[in-house]
Write a protein that binds this ligand. Sequence first.
Ligand code: NDP
Ligand code: HSE
Length: 427
Amino acid sequence: MRTLKVALLGCGVVGSDVARYMARHAADLTARIGAPVEFAGIAVRQADLPRPGVPEHLITTDADELVKRADVDVVIEAIGGTDRARDLITTAFEHGASVVSANKALIAAEGAALHATAAAYGVDLYYEAAVAGAVPLLRPLRESLAGDRVTRVLGIVNGTTNFILDRMDSLGADYAQALKEAATLGYAEADPTADVEGFDAAAKAAILAGIAFNTRVRLDEVYREGITAVTAADIENAKAVGCVIKLLAVCERSADGSSVTARVHPAMVPLSHPLAAVRGAFNAVFVEAEAAGQLMFYGPGAGGAPTASAVLGDLVAVCRNRLAGITGPGDAAYQQLTVSPMAEVTTRHHLILEVAGQPGALAEVATVFGRHGVSIETFSQRQRDDGCALAMSTYPTTDAALSAAVVALRDMDHVRRVTSVIRVEGT
Ligand code: NDP
Ligand code: HSE
């Protein structure tokens, strides 16, 4: 029985737990793969950092040499970033190794080219850990649902922002403090802007939409808003109407099947919806398919150990393929559907306006909505000394129509301020 050799790139939050769990589960991995696996080396930037539980003799700072080694069967990429990771992965393919990656930023940006290179060299590229941490999601979409037609994927795919919003909602925590805590717990990206500005979730949405709808969805085709503009007042306003604010990724196929949309933005979710109960750094994703109906995937979406679980699952699959002399599923995109812009997406909205307390003000607001084809579903007003605060929710309307109505409202003399505009999902 030959021993399969693994090169690990990166030994930070994810890589160090991959190393620890690979050692801890060695006997089971051997039995499940049908051959022992061991590290050929572990590449890092700084050789002298303490890495408890990681054998020192495996540490190297020469990642280029490691991925070129003829005895390496599988490279696990856990360094993050795009250019360096892409170059190392490409070199690994060229030298005959399969690759397991946790790098959503890279896969979203260059997945198609990487899949093509992997196919050219007859090796595998797997990345279950790139989306939703420990939650098995890509393999079910790619394999278990391969006989069905997915119509919608909706969920929470970023642990850091869910952690922050949850802390702000349940403990009234300060945004900056909650972000610091998420980084300390190993949930945040090396540059947490990727989390809070929605880039990380957008990369995951691009990957999810691509696999779910078997089409190419570029990162710049995913509409993206992060959570940095969400205020404590927004959270209180959501509570007042029985909702919670979550950063959602939503990928949808049009009714006629000819186009798709992918978007990431904060949204109000009713407390009665299962997504509202997703706490801390957990992720939850609903998948709707024509025959299967609605499926929910839920679990830890970030952190070293959960991500290591997904990485090692891929390692087992890739090693089995290698021993069998085959490769697993490659690029999922076999059709080129149109990716429609956000302007065409239809959702409900919740708005708060500060309006002057003058006769006719309300009627004018209603007229502006009507003129833009936006229907009001619910409406309430709170009297203030010098006017009133209007809270209203709309029936589903296109983003373009709602945005045009908001621009017109901001121009009105009677409207002092459009305090908050937030989309509503899960009603
Ligand atoms: P860390 O910053 O904790 O770790 C990065 C590791 O890569 C470090 O060990 C670092 O070395 C090493 N490294 C960075 N650049 C190089 C380089 N050029 N050559 C060799 N080694 C390098 O990141 P994470 O572990 O959090 O994330 C890694 C990847 O996993 C990212 O793609 C991330 O998006 C993804 N991911 C992260 C999750 C999480 O919860 N943290 C969850 C799912 C995916 P050194 O230690 O010497 O600095
Ligand atoms: N930074 C990411 C998150 C890690 O918070 O979800 C998991 O992909």
